[in-house]
Ligand binder design. Sequence first.
Ligand SMILES: [Zn+2]
Length: 430
Amino acid sequence: MLRRLSPAQLRALYDESKEKMPPPQREAWLNQRLARQLRFACSHAPAVKKKFDDAAVSPRSIRSIKDLERLPVTTKDQLVKLQQANPPFGGLLAVPPHSLSRIYVSPGPIYDAWGPERVRAAVRGFVRMGVPRAGDVVLVSTAYHMVPAGLFLTDALDVLGCTVIPAGIGQTELQVKILHDLQATAIFSFPSFTMTILKKAEEMGYDVRRDLNVKFTTGGGERHIQVLRKVFEEQYGLLVGDGYGTADVGSVAYDCGLGQGYHYDDEECIIEIVDPQTGKQLGPLEEGEVVVTLFSRVYPLVRFGTGDLASYTDQVCPCGRTSHRITRILGMIGEHIRVKGMFVHMKELDEAFSALPQVSKYQLVLRLEEHRDRIVLNVETAPDATRDALPAAINKRCQDVFKLRMDQIDFLPKGTLPEGHRKVIDQRWA
Ligand SMILES: [Zn+2]
């Protein structure tokens, strides 16, 4: 267990006046911290130094966020290659490896070195929102294996002084019983799984408001939380937390509670929305890639391209905060999809299906059904393939490679999928 912070220490994590600082002052503050961070990163992380050298840029010459444009964006694929060439962290670690308390693994595989500042950021988020608080009993119904989600949240809740029930995913009926027996006050999970638990509770005869003690829910990894948010709030009277982050950079933006998009967490990082082709920064409401530079003294990623497509606004939020906000996450760029809370690389799809010679062509169609991601797989089979056992074989293979099952498998007549067809069609954003 990590050390619990005292109420005074918790209060010190969060300074509302900083969040509402006038925009010119904010810009100067960020520029100054960015310059200091880049000098630190170059002198402690060899891969960051090389990034500057290759671009013939001196860290001292970067004096503003705008100057970051002179450096290239490091994509997820490049991060995988950096780590493979120079394992395990690709020269991006700024501390001795044995000082890390957690190393997370995300698809690629990518090894993510999470320092204490990521936990601190999550705790600050809870303090900012006012929930959960010390004394809350939190059901953490999210994965604990390989991905940061479960353990990372547990770390943050420990620091806050909550009691954690590490429940993981699945066994919905048991989750309901735990919620009831232990009178948990909060659920941390992907919104669709939280919804599944609440629906199950009703099926089991519970009245969520009367028989359970849940007041708050939060979770990420799914973009349709806005749809579910209303249901959580109106039907179940829950407070809903939401944020934006990835396994590589952690949580970097948050919803202030007004549903006005995701405020950049300026304490922890610089966010740019850039043209994915040129790396140049875009203006408000233009669509581009979310690129993050962390203020980390452990794993100082500089201009890391998340692969998420978004736009931003620089208008002051009705909550009074002046940080820029991601207005919407619009989807993904290039080689990754995020479905059911998991990141799946296109390479992993190919890897899964290349071991199934009975499948000659495949296409994943991602839909939203009753608030949940649904994966429909369209398959054309090889001429001599028998179809009887194929769905089971496909699901086993997909689960082995990227931990997901298909919700539906449709066999298509040969020739339905044209040459060069898209392997993933995402209909969830329509
Ligand atoms: Zn706000």
